[in-house]
Design a protein around this ligand. Sequence first.
Ligand code: GTP
Ligand code: MG
Length: 232
Amino acid sequence: MAQLEDLENGNYHFSFKLAVLGDVGVGKSTLLTHHVQDDEVVDMSAEVERGYCADFLIKSYEKDGRKHVVQWWDIPGVERGDMSMVTRLCAGAAGGVLVFDRDSPSSFEALGAWLAAAKQGAVGGRPPQAHGAWALVANVIGIEAGESEGVSPDVARDFARQNGMEYFEMTGPSMEPFHQACFDVLSKVVSNIPEPPEPSLMLRQGIAVGGLLAADGRVREALYKPPPSDGM
Ligand SMILES: Nc1nc2c(ncn2[C@@H]2O[C@H](COP(=O)(O)OP(=O)(O)OP(=O)(O)O)[C@@H](O)[C@H]2O)c(=O)[nH]1
Ligand SMILES: [Mg+2]
């Protein structure tokens, strides 16, 4: 439970929410669980209004001497029936990972709707991450295997490029492409953190400041500075 305790006790520099989205059965929960399980899994259910439910898992990352605690929200594919709920489930997220099944063209065609709904709820940093930092993962599950030729990697890569995302392909049992997608999103979010971290900007980016950061003298100074004027 160390990861959850870290979150509860503010034992981090920064903490933020990321989402994993995509159609039913494309492997989101499986991939996310493996990603988080690398050290320790904390699987919890967050009850959301009207009985909807999304699991979230917590994972800590070290980057450039700072500790980031991420709440990964595992958005159920059935929520595609109510995209306004997807927007609400993604509220305050700093970005996330979209997943589709290469053997299921319909799971690829749905990505635009998933991304639009997620971006509406997400918060962000500087453009092009103004609506969060996102990455695309092609999984191979075989939901519709045999019914079509599947989704061409070139078409998927084009979609990713048009939407400012990196593209990652699961090719075998290795989890590496999914890890890379998560790290890509994480490093984009982290690269948007202002230096020194100015509280009102951080709030707008959905990033919470933890106790480890507050112990930093330069940061304490920034915390007590008045927020920058936005010209109004
Ligand atoms: N063949 C194959 N099956 C997989 C793989 N990953 C997951 N599965 C299976 O595919 C099914 C769906 O996986 P989940 O991870 O539950 O899919 P999901 O995207 O979380 O689905 P929802 O939560 O319903 O939206 C499960 O039965 C998994 O065991 C994979 O890499 N290859
Ligand atoms: Mg799932």
